[in-house]
Design a protein around this ligand. Structure first.
Ligand code: SAH
Length: 389
């Protein structure tokens, strides 16, 4: 709220600094409304948003085609970024990870992956996660809150700023901290801007993947929105007994319901589904699991993404042996499953979901950039899930 001098009595306490309105929370429509209220032409809204999302401006003063007094007013009224980058990690393979501190002190992570011409980003949707997957660092302390649309967009913009001026973001995966389908309205609002070619990032929805633990009602909602995005479902087990052990939220859902929702999504989108499978030593890496997976996925237009586990310090889970991975892969391929084993990306930094935040919470003295030397295993957030585009 902007302080109102007319209502200040002589004895009033000095008013606190006015809180600025975060402009990333505003849709183009609401910014147009603001322009009209302040007697500015409507087209100024588009100009400002283009500066922010396309020309990478983070200061109203840099918006050189706006009148000077307008820039001053905008800077008084609005903020662009509300968070700060608490830490940046660089991997030898070009992967960069940001630990972002939100205005209320919450911490989230996001990642830029460089792969040939691709510039993919992995973005968080919540502070923490409520799904409770036993092997994942993000959810070990539960969920604090949903991210706002502006906080989701801010991750994209901060990662975009890491690019050279002539480079563009090409792919987005909603695979950072949190469950995107548990925060669907804000995720969809942010993705609307990500795909908007006029004022936004102009990334085709075919190059945007939403990764979910598998929440059927929300998958149906996404289908009702005409399913423009790639859907990736984190399966991790071929039967309910095992899946409920690894992904406790499965108890209330069940694989069958997830598969039905996935089929409905496929009917609407016509796009190949992706299933994610984190391979955990002696838990879900047996030949029997591979055979059950073949039965489950055989008749689907789907791809299975197998991700050897990236160990989380303090958790007892391990990456399978190369032999177990080899056998697992052979059974799937012999069964006619379209399977992809992820490449290592960012494995010399804490690149898997929630790892960096956790490391910093556990060891707060490590504030400078530190590349973990003994980190083994693969990242959860390698390149874009769906290979072709
Ligand atoms: N909640 C969503 C998106 C976030 S997690 C989902 O469940 O899909 C993104 C992916 O990374 C999920 O498949 C998750 O199970 C996986 N993952 C989490 N921690 C991992 C780790 N340490 N190693 C490998 N994959 C991991």
């Amino acid at each position: 709220m902007i302080s109102d001098p007319i209502n200040m009595s002589e004895n009033a306490e000095p008013s606190p600094a006015p809180v600025k309105q975060p402009i990333l929370e505003m849709s183009e429509r609401s910014l147009i409304h603001w322009m009209t209220e302040h007697d500015f032409p409507k087209y100024r809204a588009k100009q400002i948003l283009t500066w922010i999302y396309q020309k990478r401006a983070d200061d109203f003063q840099d918006m050189s085609d706006l009148p000077k007094d307008m820039r001053v007013l905008l800077a008084e009224h609005f903020s662009i970024f509300t968070s700060k980058t608490a830490e940046t990690q660089h991997s030898e393979d070009g992967t960069e990870k940001l630990l972002i501190e939100l205005a209320d002190g919450g911490r989230i992570e996001c990642v830029l992956l460089r792969d040939g011409p691709r510039r993919s980003i992995c973005v968080s949707s919540q502070v923490g996660c409520a799904m409770g997957c036993v092997f994942c660092a993000s959810g070990l302390d539960g969920v604090d809150r949903n991210l706002t649309r502006g906080e989701i967009l801010e991750q994209m913009l901060r990662l975009q700023k890491l690019l050279e001026p002539e480079e563009r973001l090409s792919h987005i995966v909603m695979m950072g901290m949190g469950e995107p389908l548990a925060n669907l309205p804000r995720v969809l609002d942010a993705l609307d801007v990500a795909r908007d070619g006029e004022i936004g990032l102009g990334i085709s929805p075919r190059r945007i993947t939403i990764s979910t633990v598998g929440l059927p009602t929300a998958i149906d909602k996404l289908a009702e929105e005409n399913a423009p995005y790639q859907l990736a479902i984190s399966l991790h087990a071929p039967n309910d007994e095992l899946r409920t052990r690894l992904v406790p939220v499965n108890k209330k859902v069940g694989i069958e319901h997830i598969m039905d929702a996935a089929d409905r999504y496929f009917e609407v989108s016509g796009r190949r589904l992706t299933f994610e499978y984190v391979l955990l030593k002696d838990l879900n890496d047996s030949p029997l699991c591979a055979e059950q997976l073949v039965k489950l996925l055989r008749h689907k237009t789907a791809m299975l993404n197998v991700i050897p586990y990236n160990p989380v310090p303090g958790l007892p889970y391990e990456t399978p042996t190369p032999e177990a991975i080899h056998t697992f892969r052979r059974i799937l391929m012999d069964g006619g499953i379209n399977v992809m084993f992820r490449q290592r990306k960012g494995n010399d930094i804490q690149a898997a979901c929630g790892q960096l935040r956790r490391l910093r919470e556990r060891e707060p003295q490590m504030v400078t950039l530190q590349v973990a030397e003994n980190s083994v295993g693969n990242t959860a957030i390698a390149e874009t899930v769906d290979g072709e585009e």
